[in-house]
Design a protein around this ligand. Structure first.
Ligand code: ADP
Length: 629
């Protein structure tokens, strides 16, 4: 596995790298939805300029009322104000509606789907690695906690645009503030460039102070996020189990309702309102910086008022212009502060953004061949393991060592061995969920890595030991698709041991929903029924190879006997690989392969293996036979 890039702290990410990250993040959103980004931009634009336009008109109206008071001019001004401001308000409304529209589908659904898609598209070995899960958890945790990561960038985009437009609009309205000359004697210094620069310097100082404090405050919240990841994991593990019916029985029998809250309370200390980390931050530096940030913003307004009122007092402009300048300077400050705050938040967001992008860019390293898997009507495929050894990524021990053997088409192969002997690993390699660390697996004499991966996967049906059915209609579960060939589904269910009498008992036949998660008249099926449905799903796929991993573990002895009796009819001309540690269930297989500590130690028919008295198989057979005799 590729080494994960060292996560940098926000302060240490150089500007060029930060720029690249944000550009990539924006490209992500643009690909996801250009409409959302455009709607965001327009919402910010119309939202920012509308108050300035209103301000400009009201200044003109006030000036006219305070001076000439001409009714025709007043009427024209009022009408123009009404029309322009209404048009801008309507445009803002339309743009923000579009934002809402796309936010629901893109920001929530599309965004999460992109991550889910990545998880299902990545190499299985990477998906299976604990480091990938840790990375994914920490991305989702940061996203839940103030949307740090990609989503934060998306929110900041509208903030940034809005800040920019507010600053530009204010500057346009303020040009005449500096150009207007005072008329009163002794106040000429107010017109000097120095006075203007002094004002700007004071305002800038205050403007910088506000976001600086806001950033310091937000940094504490971000710091708490690191601790919250662990806390939230605990919360998910221990906070909600009574809601899941799968754990409810254990909880009652073992009185876990008393034990779990203790676990949670000790683990989730950070949320305690007296001693918790967040409480301490709020009482201390996080709260103080937030208060200081608010105070700085207020003092800005005071300084601006002072300068504008002094110039008006000295006769530079009238009362209408006073409202225009005060409003514009306040808007300028708010816009600039919004820009700085956005920049500060973007900076804090960088490590989270980097994590999210790193995850989305995780490369698929499994070699993807292009050779077509020959579609053979005679299903004449033969598979060979040639000196295959395998170690799980990051593990020291070999899970399989020097495994070599061939199996023929149409064969019934049993793989037996104690727990941990490597049976499931063998299947994972066969289905190319992992590639061998050493050696090769061949299909019809060609290394399986050379085949087109999807076509290769298509030749296997597997009923995994811990298979999962979906809370969806029965027929769709069997077809693994929303389109269901009903006759074929019924036939497969029957072969798997769920006959028409059973199907008739289901309230809506193939349309019966499994489980009651989404449908109140869904059916709760037993473990045995679930296993049979999983077998039916494997048969429906109609692949040349069928792999059954402990397929009868959840069946009662009668049902198990039925499966064995009907095994040939079930499997038909498929090549079957049957994994079990119950040896009695493997007798009907042509070849039995025995795994022990990752090695294939024996192979042969049941009779031959039982006779090899000092072999592993005979030992296991003796140990298990006592329960059957
Ligand atoms: P079996 O199916 O015979 O019970 P497995 O093939 O599941 O055995 O396991 C073989 C060995 O590989 C065991 O030692 C097991 O602990 C190890 N193993 C299985 N899965 C993983 C994994 N995802 N990561 C690391 N080691 C694993």
């Amino acid at each position: 596995m590729r080494k994960t890039k060292k996560q940098l702290s926000a302060d240490k990410i150089p500007f060029a790298a930060a720029w690249r990250l944000n550009k990539k993040g924006l490209a992500f959103w643009w690909r996801l939805s250009p409409q959302l980004m455009t709607a965001n931009l327009l919402t910010a634009l119309f939202g920012a300029i509308r108050p300035y336009v209103a301000l400009w008109f009201s200044a003109r109206l006030l000036d006219e009322i305070a001076t000439a008071r001409r009714p025709d001019i007043l009427t024209k001004l009022a009408l123009a104000a009404l029309l322009t401001v209404s048009a801008l308000a309507a445009a803002h409304c339309v743009a923000s509606r579009q934002c809402t529209r796309y936010t629901a589908s893109v920001n929530w659904f599309g965004f999460k789907r992109r991550f889910a898609q990545k998880l299902s598209d990545m190499d299985f070995s990477r998906m299976d690695a604990p480091a990938t899960h840790a990375l994914y958890d920490s991305i989702m945790q940061a996203d839940n906690w103030h949307s740090w990561g990609l989503r934060n960038l998306h929110y900041r985009l509208q903030d940034g645009f809005s800040g920019l437009f507010r600053v530009l609009g204010a500057l346009a309205l303020c040009v005449s503030l500096f150009a207007s000359q005072v008329t009163a004697a002794g106040w000429g210094w107010l017109d000097s460039p120095l006075a203007g620069l002094g004002l700007l310097a004071a305002l800038l100082g205050i403007i910088l102070l506000a976001p600086y404090c806001a950033r310091r405050s937000a940094a504490y919240s971000s710091r708490a996020n690191e601790e919250a990841t662990q806390t939230n994991r605990l919360f998910v593990a221990y906070g909600n189990p009574p809601a899941g019916t799968d754990r409810a029985m254990d909880i009652r029998i073992y009185r876990q309702q008393e034990f779990l809250p203790v676990k949670m309370e000790t683990g989730c200390k950070m949320f305690n309102s007296r001693t918790g980390l967040l409480a301490a931050y709020s009482r201390g530096p996080m709260g103080a910086f937030e208060a200081l940030s608010g105070a700085a913003s207020c003092s800005f307004t005071l300084v601006a008022y002072l300068f504008v009122c002094l110039k008006a007092w000295a006769g530079a402009f009238g009362v209408g212009a006073v409202t225009q300048y005060v409003g514009a300077i306040t808007g300028f400050a708010a816009g600039l502060s919004q820009l700085f705050t956005t920049a500060a938040k973007l900076q804090i967001n960088l490590p989270y953004l980097q994590k999210a992008l790193d995850f989305l860019e995780l490369p698929n390293e499994m070699y993807q061949g292009s050779l077509n898997v020959e579609k053979r009507s005679d299903r004449n495929y033969d598979v060979e393991f040639r000196d295959v050894s395998f170690r799980y990524p990051g593990a020291d021990a070999w899970a399989l060592r020097h495994v070599s053997f061939k199996f023929r088409v149409g064969q019934r192969l049993a793989v037996v061995g104690e727990n941990g002997s490597g049976k499931t690993t063998f299947i994972k390699l066969l289905c190319r969920l992992y590639d061998p660390t050493e050696g090769a697996i061949l299909l019809n004499g060609i290394d399986i890595r050379k085949y087109n991966y999807d076509q290769y996967k298509a030749i296997f049906s597997v009923v995994f030991q811990d298979f999962q059915l979906l809370a969806q209609p029965l027929g769709q579960n069997v077809a693994a698709n929303t389109r269901v060939d009903a006759a074929r589904a019924v036939n497969c269910l029957r072969k798997a041991g769920l006959d028409s009498a059973w199907l008739d008992r289901q309230p809506h036949g193939l349309d019966t929903w499994l489980y009651r998660v989404f449908e109140k008249d869904g059916v709760e099926i037993s473990g045995g029924e679930a296993q049979k449905i999983a077998i039916a799903r494997a048969l429906y796929k109609n692949a040349p190879f069928i792999v059954l991993d402990e397929p009868t573990a959840a069946l009662d002895p009668v049902a198990e006997a039925e499966v064995y009796a009907g095994f040939d009819a079930l499997i038909e001309d498929r090549t079957a690989i049957y994994i079990s540690h119950r040896l009695s269930s493997c007798r009907f297989c042509d070849t039995i392969t025995v795994f022990d500590a990752g090695q294939m130690v024996q192979s042969g028919t049941h009779e031959a293996l039982v006779e090899a008295a000092d072999g592993k198989y005979a030992q296991m057979w003796q140990a298990q036979a006592q329960y059957y005799v």
